[in-house]
Design a protein around this ligand. Structure first.
Ligand SMILES: [Zn+2]
Length: 174
């Protein structure tokens, strides 16, 4: 890692850092930078960010078959201790020690909204987070995952869930 600004255990696919490293020929992460740039370019063809019922959302440009790995949640890997000192709502825990700070706009996966009946789900493999399709997702359809009970209770429930499944449900007692 000598000659590289990487002196903290950042996740290799960390975009903000990778961009910095691009011009550093000797950086050990140069290979990652090249691959990541290609990956993001490819993702930009397959997904589009646009207005959804709950703010911005991520939409499929082409049909996504069921049970396919679709998009990675990318960003610097930060320790959960450090997370306590940062602000933001795009932290995604990978284990008890580490989280990914997915707040960079180039992290398209951060635009995936919550749904109580999602068409995708997130899986953690090592220190990486990938969304997988649960069923066939149509071209033009919004991609959604279930954020989980803890997030739902803290950040969604108090204001009422606006996902498609909840919007179409007959109104229940308040
Ligand atoms: Zn809902």
């Amino acid at each position: 890692m000598r000659g590289c600004e990487l002196n903290v255990p950042y996740y290799p696919a960390s975009l903000p850092n990778v961009v910095k490293f691009k011009n550093q020929a000797r950086c050990a992460l140069r290979g990652y930078a090249v691959r990541l740039t290609a990956m993001i370019k490819n993702e930009k063809k397959k997904y589009v960010v646009k207005r959804a019922a709950t703010g911005l959302g991520l939409f499929a440009v082409e049909v996504i078959p069921a049970r396919k790995r679709i998009i990675e949640y990318i960003g610097p890997l930060i320790s959960n201790e450090e997370l306590e000192q940062r602000r933001g709502k795009y932290f995604f825990g990978v284990n008890t020690k580490w989280s990914i700070d997915g707040s960079a706009r180039s992290n398209l996966a951060r635009y995936i909204n919550h749904s109580c009946q999602p068409n995708a789900e997130a899986f953690i493999t090592g220190h990486r987070i990938w969304s997988w399709s649960k069923r066939t997702i149509k071209a033009g359809e919004e991609i959604t995952i279930n954020y989980g009970k803890e997030y739902f209770d803290d950040h969604i429930k108090p204001w009422g869930c606006k996902c498609a499944a909840c919007r179409n449900k007959p109104r229940q007692r308040l």
